[in-house]
Design a protein. Structure first.
Length: 229
């Protein structure tokens, strides 16, 4: 659900540019499915997930040196870089994030979110994702991408300068929506099964506040939670 659906004010002046970028992403990602091997799908630069990602122990330095741009005001499964050159798309069934080169309309990189590709269930023959990414939020100046893992109950932090997951933070059962604060110093996560909106510090990833909602919480949109019955 975007801002248009919530009646938000202030349309982005680069709407046309972003629309073209999203069109390019749709063209490319329409060929990506859960059976795609993330180790071979990107022809130019594939970033596999590390064998193991350290638990939260040390702070993750926050350096705001990336291109100027403001974080999105609504949660989504697609994000566009400030210059419109790249589109980031979650692949829920493949446990990955695709990076789309807009100008050349091609898959530039696919970032694996799990330590292994989704496994095939021997009975159903279906691919079963371990992470189940649902939404992502770009932190443009920090050059980070935050992804919610519905199945793994995590917030995953991708360093875009290396194209890999650098931190995993357990946030609760079935996190869905995610937003970045305007100053990029905090991340907000909507945790569905616990009906909570959690604020995380973008350096320490400690929970600095948590609000329990009276309705079933699914997404955050336009900076506020959206409940359902």
């Amino acid at each position: 659900m975007g801002c248009a659906g919530m009646g938000c004010d202030g349309a982005d002046s680069s709407t046309a540019q972003r629309s073209a970028a999203v069109d390019a992403a749709i063209d490319v990602t329409s060929t990506v499915d859960a059976s795609t091997d993330v180790s071979t799908s990107a022809k130019t630069d594939v970033a596999a997930a590390p064998d193991a990602v350290e638990a939260v122990v040390a702070p993750l330095p926050l350096t705001l040196t990336g291109p100027m741009g403001r974080p999105a005001t609504h949660t989504s499964s697609i994000a566009v870089s400030p210059d419109g050159a790249r589109v980031y798309v979650v692949n829920a069934d493949a446990d990955s994030v695709s990076v789309i080169d807009v100008e050349h309309r091609r898959l530039e990189r696919e970032i694996a979110l799990g330590n292994e590709p989704p496994a095939v269930d021997p009975e159903t023959r279906r691919y079963e994702p371990r992470v189940g990414p649902r939404a992502l939020a770009l932190s443009p100046r920090a050059q980070r991408l935050y992804v919610t893992g519905q199945r793994s109950s995590e917030l995953l932090v991708i360093d875009l300068s290396v194209g890999a997951v650098v931190r995993r933070v357990t946030v609760g059962s079935e996190p869905m929506g995610v937003l970045v604060a305007p100053d990029e110093a905090a991340v907000f996560v909507a945790v569905t099964q616990e009906s909570t909106l959690t604020r995380l510090d973008a350096v320490t990833f400690e929970k600095t506040s948590m609000h329990t909602m009276t309705a079933w919480l699914r997404w955050t949109s336009c900076g506020r939670p959206s409940g359902g019955s």
